[in-house]
Design a protein around this ligand. Sequence first.
Ligand SMILES: NC(=O)c1ccc[n+]([C@@H]2O[C@H](COP(=O)([O-])OP(=O)(O)OC[C@H]3O[C@@H](n4cnc5c(N)ncnc54)[C@H](O)[C@@H]3O)[C@@H](O)[C@H]2O)c1
Ligand SMILES: N[C@@H](CC=O)C(=O)O
Length: 486
Amino acid sequence: MSNSTMTLLREQAYVGGRWIVAEDKARKWVNDPATGETIGHVPDLNAAYIDGAIDAAHHAFSTWRHTSVVERADKLLAWYDGMHEYAEELARLMTWEQGKPIGEARGEVDYAASFLRWFAEEGRRANGSTIPPENTQIAIGTVKEPVGVAAMITPWNFPLAMITRKVAAALAAGCTTLVNPANQTPFCALSLAILAERAGLNNGEFNVVTGAGKLFSERVCATDKVRALSFTGSTTVGRQLIRQSADTVKCTAMELGGNAPFIVCDDIDIDAAVEGAIAAKFQTSGQDCVAANRIYVHRSIYEDFIGRFAERMNAMKVGNGFDEDTEIGPLINEDAVEKAQSLIDDARDQGARIIGREQGAAPGSQFFMPTLVADFTPDMQVSSEESFAPIAPICSFDDDDEVIAAANDTIFGLASYVYTHTDARIRKFMRGLEYGMVGVNTMDITGPHVPFGGIKQSGLGREGGHVGMDEYLETKYYCIGGLPAV
Ligand SMILES: NC(=O)c1ccc[n+]([C@@H]2O[C@H](COP(=O)([O-])OP(=O)(O)OC[C@H]3O[C@@H](n4cnc5c(N)ncnc54)[C@H](O)[C@@H]3O)[C@@H](O)[C@H]2O)c1
Ligand SMILES: N[C@@H](CC=O)C(=O)O
């Protein structure tokens, strides 16, 4: 399949079950990050269009909230089937506008679709409860009800999965949805809308509102018609959105930044730990909220680990994501490349050893060669900031308590990893690490069935798993009095 024959590339927004362009012809252009070439454009919707989309979702809610769980599940499953039917095209579209290596893009299509199936099934389990009353003439219980219209603002690094993980949960709960996708990757969101429309979600239940996130958030936060706001992105923007949501007291779900520690103890198979660290660091070319951002290795195996990691890293193929053997693609824009370089410069100036291929070997201006920063210290920016780049800071430690304290010394608390084969240590790390997620001897920690999310300034709420619908459900308590005594 070539890019010119794609059938899922649509240069219109999807609002109220209709495909629209902006009357004022305002557009946002989308570029291929690997080549810089233009892919196309999408409408840059102004406030009036955003308000129209809010009204459409609000109107649709009055019907969708009363649909049966079976109807909701059928539509989500039809959408799931559509994603599988068009899996290869979706993957190619993602590689084109996001830059992700095609193998990873195929993986994300499956991952994104898995949330549609999971929540199709999970919708049936939005159970209420009965509560034993204190006298026999009353009946007490709870029912779960949808919160209302839910708005979602999603990032570019997982342009399908970060949408389906939110939207499937919300639709299964009986909410209607408005998605504002990242400006770098709107075509993935719109391809989802094409498949949603074919699955029968064609009446304003799912809207893709392209254009600036800032304006979108201002409009949705200002109105009571939108009751929930779910955001995935940086902690800086998340804080701002929590503030903006205060005036209308919205339910907010926040999946924010991370600074994941990856701890390698001295009782492990070094090659397995190196493979885990390589995957945890370089997936999505380092642009992953759960990417290993600080690697701590026990002093007794430190130089050995660095040697093996560097050898593996230097063999990684950096290139256009469409080449099947590419392991590291482009970064999302040139600012990201500049930021990566400034992190390396700061670390070098403060005495770190910089190991890796020359940046001159990069195949284009938006590529950053994978780089190991050995002997990093807490004062370096690579330690406190999420690099979102293929940069692997590594330092040594002597003692478990010391490394747990170092790992926890951050405002973030999303993912963490530890490699050790000793039972007592597993328990100590699992409980001691102040993170929402702990991977032990694996970096493969996500899936539709797990509660994904962070503590501290990495977020509020969980996505996926049994709790993934909680953000979109209210608990209504009822108390029926005056019943005949039993
Ligand atoms: N916890 C998670 O599940 C998760 C997943 C993916 C990415 N992230 C985080 O996202 C960040 C990387 O993405 P980024 O740099 O593009 O983040 P970002 O916060 O700049 O942008 C994310 C989204 O927010 C929108 N946005 C930007 N400014 C806005 C504003 N003022 N109001 C409303 N919307 C606005 C953007 O258009 C984009 O769609 C990293 O920190 C990463 O850890 C977290
Ligand atoms: N890698 C995460 C998304 C964050 O960027 C996931 O697996 O859901």
